[in-house]
Design a binder for this molecule. Sequence first.
Ligand code: DGL
Length: 268
Amino acid sequence: MDNRPIGVFDSGVGGLTVAREIMRQLPGENMIYFGDTARVPYGSKSKDTIIKYSRQIVRFLLTKNVKAIVVACNTATALALKELQKENTIPVIGVIEPGAITAAKTTETKNIGVVATESTIKSGMYTTFLRELDPQITVVSKACPLFCPLVEEGWTDDRVTDEVIARYLHELKDYEIDSLILGCTHYPLLRSAIGRYMGEGVKLVNPAYETAKSLRVLLEEQQLLNTQTDRGHYTYFVSDGVDNFVAFADRVLPCEVKLTSIVNIESY
Ligand code: DGL
């Protein structure tokens, strides 16, 4: 009924894993993606900075007449989602709650691992959500800052990456975790390598997948689903470095990125 696009934003290329899930699960929707490639990474920045950046991006997306916004970045979700939800009348959803709900539902040992950026881990947002859902849950978290550059380098299946994974995750093996939340946009691209290291007993939760599922429910409930034939249009904007963005997008997305434009995001 509503063919306005969904606005999706991230600190850079990582949110394309969320965009990909939205394309797969909601093929009838149009989408505007913004990647803040000039100011990435968000994962080591302060709350005030992330709120400022996120507000600018939302102001930009609103000029594109979006009907809902997905904060496709764990760090921005952890540090800015609440403010964005308070300030905007259209629905704004993040990636943390959907992943946390799934992990809380599936864990049997009640021990859940979370891997994410430094800022996401420091915010304690995953732990807060999980323990609100079930106070018996114990959360073991670990910041893994080297995972993002490894993914961007394309080393998703590489001996060096396997070593880095072992170095970060070995301490998680001391706890009886049966679920591990991949709480950073890039980490689902390391799913096979992380899965190999953690073993079959640990279920990997991909917040990107769960977010697209939540988005569908939200659009249905608010009668915002696009049922018109004008569908599947995806437009990309970045704040810098179009070529790198397109090269990464072509590795991740199921369709070719035809046009990416640069936005002076500081002016919003
Ligand atoms: N997109 C960020 C996240 O999910 C990771 C990259 C960054 O640090 O900006 O937390």
